[in-house]
Design a protein around this ligand. Structure first.
Ligand SMILES: [Zn+2]
Length: 144
């Protein structure tokens, strides 16, 4: 299924871009955002996506096809929250929240172009162009 992963592609297109991310790592919307933070604010939380494993942030993501199921994505999100210490905040309803978050990400990716590179802008995703064919081969697990 289509998911969003971190990419450094198009970094710098906006002057306040940042990416501490590992290329190709699955991302989600951060658990918390600052109250009243503008998209281009100092924190960056409203233009960032958070990596599931390394918990790093990136303003740029790419849509790829991965051998994942909604259930597997849900479990990855839950594990990420537990590792990063968010589980306590999310509380006893973590399973339901993780399922909702997985569904939200899947719906988001579904509406985006496969191999498209996007920058997060608050509640919307800004299309920045198509990823290279070389990237596409990596996505599909095709050896170079
Ligand atoms: Zn913030």
């Amino acid at each position: 299924m289509k998911i969003l992963v971190a990419t450094k592609a198009t970094q710098g297109k906006r002057t306040n871009d940042f990416s501490f991310a590992t290329e190709g790592e699955p991302v989600m919307i951060p658990v918390m955002e600052c109250d009243g933070e503008p998209v281009d604010g100092h924190c960056g939380c409203r233009r960032a996506m958070a990596e599931l494993e390394s918990h790093s942030a990136t303003t740029t993501v790419k849509v790829v096809e991965r051998d994942l199921t909604p259930r597997r994505l849900e479990l990855l999100i839950r594990k990420s929250w537990q590792q990063a210490g968010w589980a306590k905040l999310v509380g006893a309803r973590i399973e339901g929240h993780a399922r909702d978050e997985a569904q939200r990400l899947i719906r988001l990716a579904q509406a985006m172009r496969l191999h498209g590179v996007y920058g997060r802008r608050g509640e919307s995703m800004e299309f920045r162009g198509m990823g290279s064919a070389e990237d596409a081969a990596v996505d599909a697990g095709v050896p170079r």
